[in-house]
Structure formats: C-alpha cells, structure tokens
Design a protein around this ligand. Structure first.
Ligand code: CP
Ligand code: NVA
Length: 314
C-alpha cells in the first residue's frame, strides 16, 4: 500500500491539484448546507486520528486541522514544541515510527524542511507539511481555492506577490505553475525566492501556460494585477533580523497608494498573521478589496480535502 504524503505542491500533478480543489469545494458546500451532508461527512474519517507536531506557534494551522478532523469524524492530537522536542528528546526516525503505531496521519510544522522530509521517510502513515522554512503547501492550496472561488477561474489570473521571497512565496510559485496562473513577484535584492524553486516552477509552467516574472520594484509587479498577496517581512525563526528587515522592506508595504496601480476589482490576500502597519495597512486589510478572512476560513476546507485524500490509500 502506498501512502500519500502532502509535502510540496511541486510533488503533485496539475490534475491532482484540480482534484483537491474540487474536493475542497464539495466538502465546503456540503458542510455549509448542514443536515445529512454533515452526517455523511462525519463518516469520512470516522475514528481516525491525526498527530499534530508543532515546532513553531500557530493559530490557523492548529485550529483548522483540529476542527477539520472533527468535522470528518476523527480527532486530532496537539503535540506542542516542548513536548516532542523533535530530534532532541528522541530522533526523528524513532518519533516517526512510534507515532505511526498510534495515529493514522501526521501533520508537522517544522523549522528545517529536512525534518518534515525525514518524518515522511520514516513514518508509515501519511505526513502533511504544516509549514517549514522552505514552503507552506497547505497555505498554497488554500490560496488557489480562494482565488478560484472569487474569480471563478485560475488560468490566466495575474497574482502579484509583494514582499519577502519566503516559504509562502515558494508554495505560491509551485501552485501558480500547476494551474496556469501568471505570478509576478517583487522582492528586495537579496530577499528573493530560491533560484531552484523559480526554475522548477518555470519548468512546470511550460505545460500549463503559467508564467513567472521576478522584479525588485513593487510598482512594476502590481500593475494590472487581479490579486495582490503579501506576507510578514520576518518569518518565524528570523526574529533577530526584524529591525533590519523593517527598514529594507518599507517600500513593499501594501497600502492604498500602491493598490491603486492594480486592477480596479483587485483582491488582497495575506496568509496571516499580519503585522499591520508593516507589510499591510489597516485600510487595505480591512478594506473592500480584502479577502483575508475568507482566505483564512479556506484553510479549513482545503485541509479537509488534503486529509481525505491522504487518508485514502491507493
Ligand atoms: N497562515 C498560517 O499558517 O497561520 P498560522 O501560523 O497561525 O498557522
Ligand atoms: N512566512 C511566515 C508564514 C506564517 C504562516 C512564517 O514562516 O513565519
């Protein structure tokens, strides 16, 4: 029996991505309709468990996976950073093999991407990447779901990412390449996405008609954008660089003046948590173009699809 890990959007085929999005939409509307549909949904992962390993803090990932599991009839077990101490109290291979004897799936939020890869290598149950320093595939799938709902298509949509070339941008690059979107990123010099990720995304884009363009100047990237996306300038684990980053990234703030250069009906996205007054202003985050909270809600629906797909072995 093969197990279905969810470690990177680059591991999937475009058809897998569309299948997950369709499943997420179906689960979302079924749950919202209430009644018998909810009962049916509670059978999907009845009595299944998910072990959730966290090396870093979380609101969305922790709560949406927990609630998602209970809506699907299963349960989630939260393992705090100080409890497991992955790789310190015991080795990752040992922790992965022990957990696999108790739970039916593992979700892990880690610093080093190597750690989630090692968990997947040693676990005999599916492993879902809940964010690493390298990528954030659950967020990436959620973002595609949100754009699809709001725009009724993904192909040809122009997404401008303004800010740090981080884990979230890496997953957006893979996601956009999978579904034929036009991703334009503006990042300060020295803070761009990894060259190998850009190259891989461009290779994937050949088959889907996607395009990837990189700039340093935010005003160039945002022009005619259908969707504008930003994330924190200082990711978890980079806290000692925060002061310097605040200075370097100041021209990359999403404010009303910058947003005026995008399409009139532009949507604004942010994976959250937001640092209001830094990468995004209150006016934009709370303004009529903000999709922030619909996007946050969609973590639940996208991850329920990931859970259902991961737990159904082939
Ligand atoms: N966007 C996101 O992953 O949020 P949390 O860090 O709160 O899980
Ligand atoms: N880039 C951010 C995303 C948080 C959800 C971080 O890694 O801290």
């Amino acid at each position: 029996m093969t197990k279905r890990d969810f470690l990177s959007l680059a591991d999937l085929k475009p058809a897998d991505v569309h299948e997950l999005l369709d499943l997420a939409l179906a689960l979302k509307s079924q749950w919202r309709a209430g009644g018998q549909g909810c009962e049916t949904q509670r059978q999907r992962l009845a009595d299944k468990t998910l072990g959730m390993i966290f090396q870093k803090p979380s609101l969305r990932t922790r709560v949406s996976f927990d609630v998602g599991m209970s809506q699907l009839g299963g349960r989630a077990i939260y393992l705090a950073p100080e409890e497991i101490r992955l790789g310190e109290r015991e080795s990752i291979p040992d922790a992965a093999r022990v957990l696999s004897r108790y739970v039916d799936g593992i979700m892990a939020r880690v610093f080093s991407h190597e750690d989630v890869l090692a968990l997947a290598r040693w676990a005999t149950v599916p492993v879902i990447n809940g964010l690493s320093d390298f990528n954030h595939p659950c967020q990436g799938l959620t973002d595609l779901l949100t754009i699809l709902e709001k725009r009724d298509r993904l192909e040809g949509v122009k997404l401008a990412y303004i800010g740090d070339g981080n884990n979230v941008l890496h997953s957006l690059l893979y996601g956009a390449a999978q579904v034929g979107m036009h991703l334009v990123a503006a990042t300060p010099e020295g803070y761009g996405p990894l060259a190998e990720v850009v190259q891989q995304a461009k290779t994937m884009a050949v088959d889907t008609g996607a395009s990837i363009e990189l700039f340093h100047e935010p005003r160039e990237a945002i022009r005619d954008a259908d969707v504008v996306y930003t994330d924190t300038w200082t990711s978890m684990g980079q806290e000692e660089e925060a002061t310097r980053r605040r200075q370097i990234f100041r021209p990359y703030q999403i404010n009303e003046a910058l947003l005026a250069l995008a399409n009139r009906d532009v949507g604004v996205m942010h994976c959250l948590p937001a640092h209001r007054g830094e990468e995004i202003t209150d006016e934009v985050a709370d303004g009529p173009q903000s999709w922030l909270f619909d996007q946050a809600e969609n973590r639940l629906h996208a991850q329920k699809a990931i859970l259902v797909a991961s737990y159904s072995t082939s």
